[in-house]
Design a protein around this ligand. Structure first.
Ligand code: GTP
Length: 335
């Protein structure tokens, strides 16, 4: 069985972190996010993975390549212009099987894919959508199911009074060829707004797989931060057999932290960083090649690749894009 991961979006909600990289390349506890999705698929014996790229395709190809280093085979389909979540699947159809798993490229999860496939088969479904029970579903689209666990309706941005269940689309799907066949070619088509409603209208079988496993959409800054700390602190079961850092602090290869610097958990520091004496870092994520000067303070912030934080700077609640330079006189905020 093959899997398709959709990674063609611009990840605008993660800007400025995604100004020079892709959401799926953003590090989660010092691993590129896409490695988590590849590891999940591999765990279930899915070793043929197609990546659907559009925005910055060369970045992914350069890092992921043919997948050999992860023990899988990776192939690519590319769009010149974004074709939307369904259009991207159509664009990849020649590379797909009769039944294919499709994942949004921004979901951190340990969903049980074998059980999802069993559900798809036992319900004789044309497509199956994994559902996640959200604590606050108001910002998502609700998915309404019948007593047999088949999807009957989608409710976008529900009003308070309409929230009768909390099950939302988890962005993980199983498709039979029949459904992919009905997506028009070469057009921008949305799975959520166009394809799924059409599947229901044409009386195809759309099953729900309700999962209670860990699930997080990393697409917003605060969720991206949460994903990092959940992995760091063991709230997400490791797909790599890593030990949990009891200290709540993780430092990448080649980073040098002065003994007199103070790191207050949770803190993740990437590769080849320098942290000088008396610097204080708390509840923050530092990407690679970052220089932090003496006495600098970084709190509740994300600092992108190659940033420089000069001596004595105080950075609070800030997201800094790659290469930002903070001098004593820089004000905090998104940079
Ligand atoms: P925002 O700009 O922050 O909304 O992010 P996004 O567009 O990257 O993500 P969104 O949540 O809208 O999309 C869900 C997944 O589908 C992400 O993994 C995207 O990379 C992917 N995706 C969205 N649109 C396209 C598209 O037109 N083509 C392809 N190949 N993938 C897409």
């Amino acid at each position: 069985m093959k899997a398709l991961i959709l990674i063609g979006g611009e990840g605008t909600r993660l800007r400025p972190l995604t100004m020079d990289t892709l959401k799926c390349m953003a590090p989660i506890a010092n691993r590129n996010f896409i490695e988590y999705q590849i590891a999940l698929l591999k765990k279930y014996g899915i070793n043929d993975i197609v990546l659907s790229v559009c925005y910055m395709p060369e970045k992914v190809k350069e890092i992921v390549g043919n997948g050999k280093k992860y023990g899988v085979r990776i192939s690519y389909t590319a769009e010149k212009l974004p074709l939307g979540t369904a259009g991207a699947i159509k664009n990849a159809e020649k590379l797909l099987d009769e039944t294919t798993i499709v994942m949004n490229g921004d979901i951190l999860t340990d969903i049980k894919l074998d059980e999802m496939l069993e559900c798809h088969i036992s319900k004789n479904a044309d497509a199956t959508i994994a559902l996640h029970e959200a604590a606050d579903p108001s910002a998502y689209g609700l998915v309404i199911t019948d007593a047999q666990g088949m999807i009957t309706r989608f409710l976008e941005k529900p009003k308070e009074s309409e929230i009768t269940s909390k099950w939302i689309n988890a962005g993980i799907y199983i498709f039979s060829r029949k459904v992919i066949d009905m997506i028009p070619s070469g057009l921008n088509v949305s799975l959520e707004r166009q394809t799924f409603p059409l599947v229901i209208d044409t009386k195809m079988r759309l099953a729900a797989f309700k999962s209670s496993q860990y699930w997080l959409d990393i697409g917003k800054i605060e969720k991206y931060m949460q994903a990092n700390f959940d992995v760091l602190q063991g709230r997400f079961e490791s797909l790599f057999g890593d030990e949990i850092a009891d200290t709540g602090i993780k430092t990448g290869h080649g980073s040098i932290i002065d003994d007199r610097a103070v790191l207050s958990s949770p803190v993740i520091i990437g590769k080849k960083c320098r942290v000088a004496a008396e610097a204080r870092i708390e509840r923050s994520i530092i990407w690679d090649n970052v220089k932090i000067g003496e006495g600098a303070v970084i709190t509740n912030s994300i600092i992108g690749n190659g940033c420089v934080v000069e001596q004595g700077c105080v950075i609070i609640n800030t997201v800094a894009g790659a290469g930002s330079v903070f001098t004593r006189f820089t004000r905090s905020g998104t940079k």
